[in-house]
Design a protein around this ligand. Sequence first.
Ligand code: A2P
Length: 317
Amino acid sequence: MGIAEGTAQLNTGALIPLIGLGTVTRNLNDEEIKAAVTTSLQVGYRHFDTASFYGTEHALGEALNSAFRSGIVNREDVFVTSKLGNTEHDDPIAAIKNSLKSLQLEYVDLYLIHWPVKMRTRILFSQPKEEDFLPLDIKSTWQGMEQCMETGLTKAIGVSNFSSKKIEDLLSYAKIPPAVDQVEMHPLWQQKKLRECCSKHNIHVSAWSPLGAPNNPWGSNVVIDNPLIQEIAEKHGKTRAQVILRWGVEQGVSVLPKSFNAGRIAENFQIFDWSLTLDDHGKISKLKQGKISTGQKFVNSTTSPYKTIEELWDGEI
Ligand code: A2P
């Protein structure tokens, strides 16, 4: 366990690999997703992140099961995360069973509440309407998540996109504490307050969009194009993506970069045999902060539990 081994330990005792392949995509087909997963397995990735919302569980499951059959890896060698969709809060057991069916797996290693938001309809990338929102009851959703773990359908449970306040609220009634909070995190959104809270409660943090999602409509190139990142990359003879991902794992979080390009999948994995300096960390820690993905679409003044973005993130934005 540790950066040298490429893993961190969850509060369940299980090890989570520090780099995982993110699989959300807007326009790839199943064959391209399967190819990316197969390449990742060959390169050495053992951690894959999906969600019912992404529509990639089936392709991921096909690629993993094909690798199990051909003996490239065993089921227990890979760490698979999926997430409870916003429309699935009423019945986490039924939801995880659907995910497992798509994944062709008997269990996932981690199952997360995707957003602290409950919706009537599955909205992909557009703006939800007022009637799409339902009243949120995280306490009862969490009880369902606990049942998912108690019945062995997942080895660990956690949350995603939860502020420190939402974590503290959850801990006040949880029988099983969350093992992970998966959030946007990169050098321009370092999540210092949330990570302090999670560290205090032995909750591991995973970083989604660790590169800031360059060249994506929901992301930005500001992280990868940051001049300081460029300067540090040149100094170490590494790429900017490698500096950003190495910074993440040196902060103790697991990083979930998405790539469907074989060269970049391999590049992103080369972050374990070199390190950043204290000086690099000092400079990166001073970068001006700004969240890229604000969750604006989950905010409205009538039916959403959050009237403003500040309410969604409990002021932590
Ligand atoms: P591609 O699939 O063409 O490699 P994030 O993980 O922060 O959400 O960012 C995902 C985006 O970053 C994807 O569009 C991916 O494009 C791109 N990407 C992934 N790895 C790299 C890299 N090493 N260098 C530049 N862009 C990358």
